[in-house]
Design a protein around this ligand. Structure first.
Ligand code: ZN
Length: 186
């Protein structure tokens, strides 16, 4: 695995933020060392294979978003956007995959697993991913790319992860992004 950058870039932004906050007496500057370790990594050999399973899930969704959770080559769970059919705006693909797993298994078995998702996790989903202990995120289309097609909350997944002092997350983006974007009607 080739790592092209590390937590440095993410942390640098927060160091700047903490300096700004340091001027406010009611908000002491957070310790820089408390920020999470977020690693950006290039794709692995099997990433496209698992992402194609997530793409197949996305094709089933109310909006074309899908996710699968994988560990040691096994697909543990899958989900697709069910916001309309479930009358639940939080029913994003990643959330549905997590719910699919915990409906049948202890939640702590998700720790260390990988989630493949056709869209970069939104802040809600990225927070859920961190709370479940998933340690690797592979996404297809980025938030920037998705924002050209539909509304997005413009906070990157690595920014959410970096703000969780207890988390260690590896993120790989851009795996089959063209295929993911092609699922949206033009
Ligand atoms: Zn989401």
């Amino acid at each position: 695995m080739v790592q092209r950058s590390c937590s440095c870039n993410v942390n640098r932004r927060f160091v700047t933020g903490s300096l700004l906050f340091s001027g406010l007496s009611t908000f002491p500057a957070p310790a820089t060392k408390a920020w999470a370790r977020v690693t950006h990594a290039t794709a692995r050999a099997d990433d496209e294979r698992f992402m194609r399973l997530a793409l197949a899930e996305a094709a089933l969704g109310d909006f074309p978003f899908g996710a699968i959770i994988e560990q040691s080559g096994r697909v543990l769970a899958k989900g697709h956007n069910s916001g309309k059919t479930a009358n639940d705006p939080t029913a994003h693909g990643e959330i549905m995959a997590i719910r699919d797993f915990v409906a049948e298994h202890p939640a702590n078995e998700l720790e260390g697993a990988t989630i493949y998702t056709t869209g970069e996790p939104c802040p809600m989903c990225m927070a859920a991913i961190i709370w479940t202990g998933l340690s690797r995120v592979v996404f297809a289309a980025s938030i920037e790319e998705l924002s050209t097609l539909l509304g997005q909350i413009m906070i990157k997944s690595d920014a959410i992860a970096a703000a969780a002092p207890f988390a260690q997350v590896e993120i790989t983006g851009g795996v089959l992004s063209r295929e993911a974007l092609a699922l949206f009607p033009r």
